[in-house]
Write a protein that binds this ligand. Sequence first.
Ligand SMILES: C[S@@+](CC[C@H](N)C(=O)[O-])C[C@H]1O[C@@H](n2cnc3c(N)ncnc32)[C@H](O)[C@@H]1O
Length: 211
Amino acid sequence: MHEQFWHQKWEKDEIGFHEGEVNRFLYEYFNALKLAAGARVFVPLCGKTRDIAWLLDNGMRVVGVELSEHAIKQLFAELNLEPKVESLADGLHYTSANIDIFVANIFCLNSELLGEVDAIYDRGALVALPEDIRTRYAQTLPILTNNAPQLVVTYNYEQSQYSGPPFALAESEIERLYASIYALKKLASRQETEGFAKGIDVENAVWLLGS
Ligand SMILES: C[S@@+](CC[C@H](N)C(=O)[O-])C[C@H]1O[C@@H](n2cnc3c(N)ncnc32)[C@H](O)[C@@H]1O
C-alpha cells in the first residue's frame, strides 16, 4: 500500500512535492553541518530533487535511496549523467561519478550496502511518512549511518486542515523521534505560502540534528 502510493504518484506524474529548484534552506544552512570537501551526504527518499545537483556542484558526494526507478531515470537524465546500473537482491544500484542511488525501499538497506555517510539531508522524507512508518524511519537512519548529523526540513500546521503528505511535524514530534540520539536545533523557520500550504497556516522549518 505504502509503496504503491508512491509508484502511482511517479507513474501519473503527480509530483507536486518536487520543487524544481534548489531548496532555500539547503543553500542557506548547509554549512551548519560543517562538512569537508568530498564528504558523502545521504539523501533519503530523494526523488529527483534538484538539491542533489547543488550538493554535487558544492563538492559533495551523494548517496540516495528512492523507491521509484522512474524518478531515478529522470534524475540522471536531468543531471546529464550516464549511470551504470546493477541489480541488487532488493532493488537496483545506479552509479556515476560522485553519486550513487539505491532504487529500493529504505528499509531494505543496511549500513554495509549504504557505505560511509558523513551527513544526512532530509527534505520531503520524514514529512512524507505517516506516523507508524515515520517512527521506523527515524529509528533506522541513525543505525544505517552511525548517527550521522542531519539537516532536516519540516512542515508544521494543524493536521486537521490537510490530510498530508506532507504531514505536520510539531516540535514535540521531532523531540519524540530524535531527542534521545541527537542535540536538536531549529535553525530557521518561515511561513510557507505555496503548494499545499495555500489557505492554511504552515511553518516551514530547518533543523540541525547533531552531537
Ligand atoms: C515527498 S517525496 C520527496 C522527494 C524528494 N526528497 C524531494 O524533496 O523532492 C517522497 C519520496 O520518497 C519516496 N519514498 C517513499 N517511501 C519510500 C521508502 N520506503 N523507501 C524509499 N523511497 C521512498 C517516494 O517515491 C517519493 O519520491
